[in-house]
Design a protein around this ligand. Structure first.
Ligand SMILES: Nc1ncnc2c1ncn2[C@@H]1O[C@H](COP(=O)(O)OP(=O)(O)O)[C@@H](O)[C@H]1O
Ligand SMILES: [Mg+2]
Length: 254
């Protein structure tokens, strides 16, 4: 069965995109047929792989118009086993367009249905909000992965996110499970980062991944060179952390 993981946290800058991109690449390297769906109008995930002007259609066209199939916008990347469904800024118009449509929360789930079986792992990067786009991601997913930045106010907003998880579970998608919480941008030299790590573990218990993603400048640099960390800096701590996280995720979903 295909595992579909939404990567969500309504805070910006917590490592959602970095996690989506590099975790997807790590799965692909482990020979998992992987699809990475960019649902953020900012298209940062997409930009790691393609120049935006090369893209005719994007997930916006699929979600806005029933006649465009997801398979028509999915593109292979230079990483074997890794395909991307790209986003464009047009996605910012989607929420307004879908207001009042009876199937609004189900658009992505419906679009995924015909090609779900072609992949082992599907990852969805989401925007920093709990609106209709993130709801579409959660309705289409089997799992939710929450990156939490090891910084002041790290846990602010996590109640709202868990509340959204419960509401989606109670109606549109009872199958949805909290896969786990991953601490990102961790700086082991600071007491603050260690304190936050403790706090997150107190709240989320064994849902917190043992793997912590350390601060690593290679993770920041690689998208600018249109590469994942595995091709840009395979020996970096960033590559090691995401490879480890991928192993832990695979253990949890099996
Ligand atoms: N572990 C890390 N070490 C160093 N920089 C990171 C790390 N994770 C993310 N970043 C950088 O932090 C910024 C925000 O990360 P990003 O993944 O875009 O967050 P989000 O998608 O949640 O907004 C980006 O510039 C990214 O390159
Ligand atoms: Mg992002």
């Amino acid at each position: 069965m295909t595992t579909v993981i939404a990567i969500a946290n309504q805070k910006g800058g917590v490592g959602k995109t970095t996690t989506a991109t590099n975790l997807a690449a790590a799965f692909a390297m482990k020979k998992k047929r992987t699809l990475l769906i960019d649902l953020d109008p900012q298209a940062n995930t997409t930009l790691t792989f393609f120049p935006l002007d090369e893209l005719a259609q994007s997930v916006y066209d699929v979600l806005a118009d029933h006649h465009v199939k997801l398979a028509e916008v999915v593109k292979p990347t230079r990483t074997p086993n890794l395909c991307v469904a790209p986003a464009k800024i047009a996605l910012a118009k989607l929420e307004t367009l879908l207001v009042g449509q009876f199937d609004a929360p189900y658009r992505l789930k419906d679009a995924l249905a015909p090609c779900r079986d072609e992949f082992d792992m599907i990852l969805i990067d989401t925007p920093p909000a709990l609106g209709l786009i993130t709801v579409n991601a959660l309705v289409a997913s089997t799992h939710l992965l929450v990156p939490i930045q090891a910084a002041y106010y790290a846990m602010e907003g996590s109640d709202d996110l868990l509340d959204t998880l419960e509401r989606i579970r109670s109606r549109p998608n009872p199958e949805l499970q909290l896969l786990g919480v991953v601490i990102t941008l961790f700086d082991k030299r600071t007491n603050l980062a260690r304190d936050i790590h403790k706090q997150v573990c107190t709240v989320f218990g064994d849902k917190v991944f043992k793997t912590v993603v350390n601060k690593n400048v290679r993770l920041e640099e690689s998208p600018a060179y249109k590469e994942t960390v595995f091709t840009f800096a395979p020996d970096s701590s960033g590559a090691q952390d995401y490879e480890r996280l991928a192993r832990e995720v695979l253990q949890r979903v099996q």
